[in-house]
Structure formats: C-alpha cells, structure tokens
Design a protein around this ligand. Structure first.
Ligand code: ADP
Ligand code: MG
Length: 576
C-alpha cells in the first residue's frame, strides 16, 4: 500500500482591526503589530522590541476576503475530498481572532454572500461538483453531523432534546484503528440549503458563555462533519475514467435499466469510497489567566485548555522531527479533542490549520503564541490514502497477483469456449445438454473477494461466485444475462479468439526481432565504450607526464612560495 506523504498545511489569517477593538481596547494598544512583505508573501513579521519572522504555507492579510482564503487554501481540498481523502480544517486562535468568521460555523441566511465562510462555500462547491459532467457517472450520498466538546463532554448539536437531555456521543476505535463516533445523529442531506439549515440549528445550540474577553466568547470546540459516500469506477490503470454506456470497452455503470449488463472486469471495478470532511472551530486558545472566569467557568476554562494542551502535545510529538524519531506514543488519548482528531493529525487525512490572529498590540503575547503553535504544526507528516473499499490499487504485488488471476481466468474462458465450439453445438442451434460455464460458475475473482454494491442499490454481479443474480442459467439454454448462447455465437467467439491468438503470435515474433536488434546495438556500444576508455586512459597518462615536466621546471619558484606561507602561518599564531 503506498501513501501520499503530505505535511499539514498551515495558513495564518490576520483579521482587520474591528470596530469592537476600537471600543474595547485601550487606545495606546490598538495599533497593528503584524505586517506582511510583498517580497516574502509567505512570511509574517511581528513588530516588537525585536522583529520576529514566521513562515507558513499561506498568509492572509487584514485585507484578504473570504473568497481569497477559500480559493487559495480550501478549494483544492474539495477535489481531494471527492477523490476519497479525509480532509480536516482546523481554525485555531484566541477568542475573537476570527475563527468562527473564517470557518463560517454560525452561518445563516442573513449573512452577506461575500462574508460567507469556508463551510457554506465548501458545501456549495461540493454539490455543484457532484452535479457536474465530470462526476455524472458516480453516485453520491451525503450525511452531516455537528458535535461540540464542552467540559470534555461530547454533545450532539443536531441531536434531539436540549442541554443535559441531548444524547451523549461515545468514541470508539475499530479493529483497523479508524475512529468511530457512536450515538451521533448523522443526517442525510440532498441540497446546500439542507446542510445550512442543520449548521444554523446546531450553532444555535452551541454552548457559549460570557467572559470579559468577549461578550459572545465561545468556550467549546465545534466540529461540523460531512461524510461523503460514493460509488466510482476505478480502471485497472489506476485512473477513474468516466465510463460511457456506448464506449467501445463495453464498460457500463450498473444501472436499473441496464439489465443486459456487460462489464469488462479486466478494465476496472466499481468501488465504494467513503470520505469525511471535518470543519473544526476550536475554542479560544488564550490562557485562562486572561479571563476573569469564576466558579463553573473556571472549570470550563481548564477543560478547554486541556483539550488544546493535548492538541499541542500531539502536534509537538508528531511535528518535532527529532522527537518523532524516538516517540512511538502520540498522546491522542489525553483529551476528547485529540481522540476525535486522531485520524486527522498524522493519520489518514489532508489537514489544513488556519491560525487566526488579531493584529492589535494589545493581543501581542497571544498572537505570538498562536504563531509559534502554528509553526510547529507545519512539520506534521500525514499519510493520506484514498479510503476506497478495494484496497491495493497502488500495490504492485496486489496488482501482479490480480493479473495472474485474470490471465488464469481468460485461459479457463478460452478453454470453455473451445469446448463449446468443438463439442457443444447441435443442429437445432442450442447446446446439447452441456451447459456453457456461466461466469459465476467459474472462479472469476472479485478484487476483494467481496460484493461491491452497485449504483442502483441492488447487488452488482460481483464475479465472485456468490451474489450474481443476472449471470445465472435461466433454461436449458445456457445464457449470459439471459441472452441465449447459440452455436453461431460460439463459432464467432472462437473465430475471434483464434484471430487474436494469431495476432499475439505475430506481435511476439516482432518483439523477439526487436530484442535481437537491441542486443546487437548494445554489444556494439559496449565495444566502442571500451575503446574510448582505453584512449582516455592513454591521454590522461600523457597529460600527467607533461604536468610533471612543468612542475620540475618551476620547482625553485614553488620553494619560495612554500617558505612564504610558513612565515605567514607563524605571523598568524603570534596574533592569537
Ligand atoms: P472567534 O471565533 O475567533 O472568537 P469571530 O470569528 O467571532 O472570532 O470574530 C470576532 C469578530 O471579528 C466578529 O465580529 C467577526 O465578524 C470579526 N472578524 C473576524 N475576522 C474578520 C475578518 N477577516 N474581516 C472582518 N471581520 C472579521
Ligand atoms: Mg468563535
């Protein structure tokens, strides 16, 4: 199994000074301490006693629009998601740094289209991509869920009931190490509007509490997830063409009306792919001491910090190349947040962290903390793989075994056709007693030995000899999908086969000749190489001889230079 190595992509977004800042912050601390330079677009400069420079994959300055952020950093992740990768976007930063604004977590109908954040934009791209010509041969189904982590409790924001009565969500790990969230409402959706209505409903349910940092300070982590299940065709070559019903190859997507299903299994397979997109709006990263939290709120603050603390430790364990070499233990289990994100950090996902910062001098300490935190995240290496059910598409060994099995299969089929041709015909045009081996009677392999669900929800002829309803014999006449195989058919088939064999033999002869010719050329090249190396050795020897003569002629001068350098070295020693 091969993996695509990707590090976590990190973007920094600097929000503008807001009208709230002008009211809430002391005037002398309102000035901006962050800048970007056009000659170093990936760098952010922090003004202070000493200037500090930080580099990231993307920097979005105070003038950047929601569209800029989306187009540059997010759009390509939607393609990855459609390809079958898990994708996670994390918004990190202190309260009121712009996390919720950037993510669009509390989206609703009243928000100006230009101010729409990442979630509504991503959902809109997703739905339009699914309807585009490129994906018209795939079948998709989408579910959404919305979860909150508050005081280390998992709360289903789309669940029935309020507060305490809302169902608890549990985290489990399956035998393959995949993280599963049980007890969670996953709601099937069919349009952008439906998704947004769930997002709005969930964000209204989100726990918020007032501290003096920000009147609407969000004290919890919110994770909005989109699960995409799709059936797509993977050709043996590894690409995903759009098989058309009238293509020469005969590859057709299975469909209800397509009762005469013809499929060339040597050209590919229908696979089910499930991918998850997590949009994570983290709680404020500020230190507790900056809030005047009391009573219950102190507990909240400590819990929330413990989630982010664990996230920091996980990032540190994964991100520090020296540590990572010796560390086999990554502390995912230290908090619910890291446990939930286990797949997304150093696991099987494409991850983007957006570190949100305020430019105001008042927030300088938190801003530098955020920038440092985000910098460490850049070192994480994720192993992103497509979550296809049919594993092994990039595995040469697997493919070689597959080719061997398919060759064997062709041999069996050819032999079977030969038998029909020589023995199986009768004068009335049907086979005499002997049944044509139907494809399901042979050991035609399915790629994983399991049944791949087909596009119309029924069982696809799996070629695995188990669930193959339409390949069975209907009457005494052997049939393939209910079409009788007559002697004429089998004669035609065997003629085609022998023509193919002749052509193969011809190709083989041509290949043999080519090889002989190439071998001749190789021998000739070897001979000229030996000659050239001998000539080169001779010329170098002559050259060395000439150089020796020159050295002998100039010997007295060299002696002068040597004594000069000795004097120079003695001088240098004196200086020390
Ligand atoms: P957080 O979720 O990090 O606590 P918010 O997203 O709620 O912060 O942002 C705090 C305030 O700043 C909100 O009023 C928001 O509209 C505003 N804001 C944040 N980022 C931007 C931006 N890039 N452009 C304009 N306003 C912004
Ligand atoms: Mg927020």
């Amino acid at each position: 199994m091969s993996f695509e190595k990707t590090s976590v992509q990190v973007a920094v977004r600097i929000r503008p000074i807001t009208s709230e800042d002008l009211v809430n912050l002391p005037t002398r601390f309102q000035k901006s301490v962050l800048s970007t330079a056009p000659y170093a677009p990936n760098q952010v400069i922090v003004a202070g006693e000493k200037k500090q420079y930080f580099s990231y994959d993307y920097i979005f300055g105070p003038d950047s629009t929601q569209k800029d952020v989306y187009d540059r950093a997010v759009l390509k992740l939607i393609d990855k998601f459609l390809e079958g990768y898990n994708v996670t976007i994390l918004a990190y930063g202190q309260t009121s740094s712009g996390k919720t604004f950037t993510m669009g977590t509390s989206d609703n109908d009243l928000i100006d289209p230009d101010d729409k954040g990442i979630i509504p934009r991503a959902v809109s791209t997703l739905f339009s991509s699914m309807e585009s010509a490129q994906y018209k041969t795939r079948k998709f189904s989408i579910k959404v869920s919305f979860i909150e982590i508050y005081n280390e409790d998992l709360i289903d924001l789309l669940g029935e009931g309020d507060g305490e009565s809302r169902p608890q969500v549990l985290i489990r790990e399956d035998s393959k190490g995949n993280i599963l969230w049980s007890g969670l409402q996953e709601i099937k959706v069919n349009s952008v509007e439906e998704v947004i209505s769930h997002l709005t409903r969930g964000s209204l349910n989100r726990q918020t509490g007032a501290t003096d940092m920000n009147a609407k300070s969000s004290r919890s982590h919110a994770i909005f997830s989109v699960t995409l299940a799709q059936q797509k065709f993977i050709s043996s070559g590894g690409s995903s063409p759009s098989p058309q019903p009238d293509q020469k190859s005969g590859v057709r997507p299975p469909s209800r009306s397509n009762s005469r299903l013809s499929r060339r299994f040597d050209e590919g397979e229908w696979v089910s792919v499930t991918s998850k997109f997590h949009f994570v709006d983290l709680a404020g990263s500020e230190r507790l001491k900056r809030t005047s939290a009391v009573g219950e709120r102190v507990k909240e603050g400590i819990s929330i910090n413990s989630g982010l603390l664990a996230l920091g430790n996980v990032i540190s364990a994964l991100g520090d190349p020296n540590k990572a070499k010796h560390t086999t233990h990554i502390p995912y289990r230290d908090s619910k947040l890291t446990r939930l994100l286990q797949d997304s950090l150093g696991g099987n996902a494409q991850t983007l962290m957006i570190a949100c910062v305020s430019p105001a001098e008042y927030n300088l300490v938190e801003t530098v903390n955020t920038l440092k935190y985000a910098n460490r995240a850049r070192n994480i290496k994720n192993n992103a793989t497509i979550n296809a059910e049919e594993a092994g598409w990039n595995d040469v060994e697997h493919l070689q075994t597959l080719v061997m099995r398919l060759r064997n299969e062709i041999k069996i089929l050819k032999a079977a056709t030969g038998v029909i041709n020589s023995n199986g015909t009768s004068t009335n045009g049907t086979t005499s007693g002997r049944t044509t081996p139907s494809l399901n009677g042979t050991t035609t392999p399915s790629l994983n030995g399991r049944t791949t669900p087909n596009l119309n929800g029924r069982t696809t002829p799996s070629l695995n000899g188990r669930e193959t309803p339409s390949f069975t014999k209907r009457s005494s006449t052997p049939s393939f999908s209910g079409i009788p195989i007559t002697s004429q058919h089998s004669q035609q088939l065997s003629q085609q086969l022998s023509q193919q064999q002749q052509q193969q033999q011809k190709n083989q002869n041509i290949n043999n000749k080519d090889i002989e010719l190439l071998e001749d050329q190789l021998q000739q090249l070897k001979r000229s190489y030996i000659k050239l190396s001998q000539r080169y050795a001779k010329t170098s020897a002559e050259l060395a001889k000439h150089q020796d003569n020159d050295v002998n002629n100039n010997n007295s001068n060299v002696g002068d230079r040597n004594s000069l350098s000795v004097i120079k070295e003695v001088d240098d020693d004196d200086d020390d």
